[in-house]
Design a protein around this ligand. Structure first.
Ligand SMILES: [Mg+2]
Length: 237
């Protein structure tokens, strides 16, 4: 049996609790504006997720500035609820959204302990993420995860995005590890699981919201804690 030498992680929604931050920020926005109370919070969050997915790709491609994307998302949420929003309110809401998102930043429960446990087993840790370098560095620092990370590989630095196998190969090169000795852990089936498979890396699907798996042959992790149990699934020990 192969010994795992490196574990690659996705960051957003895998180690970093992005959906918690969005729920806090959008929840407060909805409490502040009666116009947003025509729809339940979970529907507004689903619409936010949909808008973010589209706009994030535009931001990564350099076609949309992150600040403008945030303003457009605020406009999108108001219009989804049938409420009007002035240009001034859209800008103000976008700034507040960013502030509240940042104030709510936290790691996914168990992330810190799992990384420490994996390092005790002598494996290197890499992050492979479709996002901006400064943004991701900031999240790792705020969540106190940065001391566990051997390589942070962002799509912004290398101009390619998951599921392109090249981004995974860059991470492996930086860690001095072959694909067959690595594991990739991520929450997105399309991006993390299929991308890892394309690069010849064994994937582990982090499925904390208990979605239906597209296939039954990929290993799943439903929580990062307890650390010893999660490490057993990742390292196959
Ligand atoms: Mg993710």
């Amino acid at each position: 049996m192969n010994t795992v030498r490196a574990v690659l992680f996705d960051l957003d929604e895998t180690l970093f609790d992005h959906s918690h931050c969005v729920a806090q920020a959008v929840g407060q926005l909805r409490r502040d504006h009666a116009g947003l109370q025509s729809r339940p919070l979970d529907e507004i969050l689903a619409e936010h997720r949909r808008l973010l997915e589209i706009m994030h790709l535009e931001v990564l491609a350099g076609r949309l500035h992150p600040d403008q994307a945030r303003i457009d998302r605020m406009r999108g949420l108001f219009s989804y609820c049938g409420a009007g929003i002035s240009g001034e309110l859209a800008m103000e809401s976008a700034a507040l959204h960013r502030e509240r998102y940042r104030a709510a930043q936290r790691a996914v429960p168990g992330a810190h302990e799992l990384l420490a446990e994996l390092r005790r087993h002598g494996v290197k840790i890499g992050i492979v993420t479709n996002n901006l370098l400064d943004e991701q560095k900031g999240k790792l620092a705020v969540c106190n995860l940065d001391s566990h990370i051997d390589a942070l590989v962002t799509s912004e630095q290398y101009g390619c995005t998951k599921p392109d196998p090249e981004l995974f190969r860059i991470a492996l090169r930086r860690l001095g590890c072959e694909a067959g000795d690595a594991v990739m852990v991520g929450d997105s089936w399309e991006v993390d699981i299929l991308g890892a498979q394309n690069a010849g890396i064994r994937p582990v699907w982090f499925n904390r919201f208990e979605l239906a798996p597209p296939d039954d042959s990929t290993e799943q992790l439903k929580a990062l804690e307890p650390a010893a149990a999660a490490a057993r699934v990742i390292l196959k020990i």
